[in-house]
Design a binder for this molecule. Sequence first.
Ligand code: AMP
Length: 314
Amino acid sequence: MKNILIKKIKAYKNIIIAKHVSPDWDTQGSAYGLREIILDNFKNKNVYVVGEKLNLSLREDDEDILSEEIINQSILITVDVANFERVDFIFKDIVKEIFKIDHHLETDDFGHNKLVDSSAIACTQVLTLWAHKSKLSISQRAATFLYYGLITDSGRFLFDKTNGDTFQSAKILSETGIKITDIYSDLFLKKFELAKWHHEAFANASFLNNNSIALIKVEEKFFKKLKLGEEEIKSALSVLAGIEEIKIWLMAYQTPDNKKVKVSIRSRDFDINSVAKNYNGGGHKLASGAKLDSWKQLDKLIEDLSNLIKSKGN
Ligand code: AMP
């Protein structure tokens, strides 16, 4: 599989890399890291990263340079996206070819070729090991982007799928000389506003089903008032993690630019993906997202999660 990706990169002069909608660090780190790897290891390549910029609500600058002519002759490499619908590129239907790189459970078999390892904790892990095995050089700059994805998706090496491959990836990346403490400060040193939001989120959370389910609700008006990015708002989910009684915790929120209610669901033990996929969602066994048409559907989703706990379906 690695050879196909190398072959494809060699075959195309124009390469577009697309992230998923509502980007997180795994998709953004994968996109930026892959761009560096391609530019450092292959001659005469034009690499364009498209999509929304993480936490800025701005689009990638490369979108302005792309013409229909370039897009028609390009390969589109998607990173960290399981389903085509979530690929954040409006011209995704008119590219010449698609290559999928991912670590999600496969729900939508799009792409002409793929490099997918659903046992990997992060897409940047898949990319790091691919580059390493393919004997490509990984610069400190590329490694920095990849490391952001590795530690955010693994919850700083805490989550279930963290394994030897994760630590091998960390070793490969850290040996390029990346400044790990700078990355940690950038990611985890909280601004006062964010700390306040985390406290507020916990104080206003609902604890249901004998405290086994915890919910943070953010309605559109409140989302706007917070003046934080979507990922920052979502980061308050972490205040509900690591509490023995809480088996499943979720945040349901509505962004100003989309009337749908997005839901982020987490668990230590229960296969929440089995519920999320019935609500226009998916992801991983212990970290899934869903999209609801209205707030009314939330009660039903919570009922399904309670039933999952009752049935001990882990
Ligand atoms: P989130 O809760 O948005 O951080 O997403 C958790 C995981 O589920 C990530 O790997 C997402 O890519 C995935 N995910 C989130 N929302 C959806 C959705 N509507 N459909 C499929 N996968 C999703």
